[in-house]
Ligand binder design. Structure first.
Ligand SMILES: NC(=O)c1ccc[n+]([C@@H]2O[C@H](COP(=O)([O-])OP(=O)(O)OC[C@H]3O[C@@H](n4cnc5c(N)ncnc54)[C@H](OP(=O)(O)O)[C@@H]3O)[C@@H](O)[C@H]2O)c1
Length: 237
């Protein structure tokens, strides 16, 4: 089995929130990281130089298919291989059933559903070559059940879960293991903006999600975990 320092993991949206916690955890474990960021220049300026050692930065906007292609290509040029993909970047427009702003629906479809599928598709041939490829999709409990009135977000996350399950099936014979992580509320800008009445300290911590990602990357092909649900409040199953 390859050492962490020989395994290349791509992470989208690693500059803040859950993605940042995942990036910090995997950096502490010596993985080679390729980060897809909307503004890599600003990211580079905002962190210490030692934090970009063994880290490749590339411009990536989930709304721009060409940036996905060029990010994958540049990861291969830089590291020569891809062993894992963490589809983390996502958005929430809090639109409800009677909100007719379909452009918001389209935007969440683009960023939350189509973009992770695109990255999975582009990395799949390289994950197959790895023999131990991993795709970790940060979905949501909103992709599993409906609660409240965030219809567009839920629809996009249900679709993302369908894509994740398809990838799991299609990659199995080539050693690719795909996991959908489905948290409820997690401390981040997303919940600060969209769930301001729910105290942040009562939400799951991004570091706990990062711990899950780290564990998933360590598990052998024979110990695959299809889905992880994480709750900060009781939910009946
Ligand atoms: N927080 C929660 O309670 C919760 C619960 C379940 C699932 N999730 C999911 O977890 C993931 C991370 O969420 P978070 O809570 O960490 O949210 P966040 O703090 O709002 O961070 C979102 C991340 O996604 C990136 N992003 C957004 N739009 C993008 C685009 N068009 N192209 C590239 N990157 C883009 C952001 O980059 P910029 O800095 O450039 O905007 C940022 O890095 C999302 O998929 C979200 O749906 C969150």
């Amino acid at each position: 089995m390859k050492k962490n320092s020989q395994r290349v993991i791509m992470i989208s949206g690693a500059n803040r929130g859950i993605g940042k916690a995942i990036r910090e955890k995997l950096q502490s474990e010596n993985y080679l990281l390729s980060l897809g960021l909307r503004n890599p220049g600003a990211f580079r300026d905002s962190i210490e130089k030692h934090q970009t050692e063994n880290v490749h930065l590339h411009q990536y906007d989930a709304r721009d298919p060409e940036s996905a292609t060029s990010w994958v290509r540049s990861t291969l040029e830089h590291f020569g291989r891809i062993d894992g993909l963490v589809n983390n970047a996502g958005i929430l427009h809090p639109m409800g059933l009677e909100d007719d702003r379909e452009e918001l629906l389209d935007d969440m479809w683009e960023v939350n559903a189509k973009a992770p599928l695109r990255l999975t598709r582009l990395t799949f041939p390289h994950l197959k070559k790895s023999g131990r490829g991993r795709v970790i999709d940060v979905i949501s409990m909103s992709g599993k059940r409906v609660k409240g009135n965030w219809i567009g977000y839920s629809m996009s996350k249900y679709a993302a879960l369908a894509a994740s399950r398809t990838a799991r099936m299609q990659g199995w014979d080539d050693g690719i293991r795909v996991t959908a992580i489905c948290p409820g509320y997690v401390q981040s800008d997303m919940t600060l903006e969209n769930a301001p009445n729910y105290p942040q300290e009562q939400m799951s911590r991004p570091q706990d999600l990062a711990l899950i990602v780290s564990t998933l990357l360590q598990l052998d092909n024979e110990s695959a975990i299809p889905e992880v649900m994480m709750n900060c409040v009781f939910e009946a199953m």
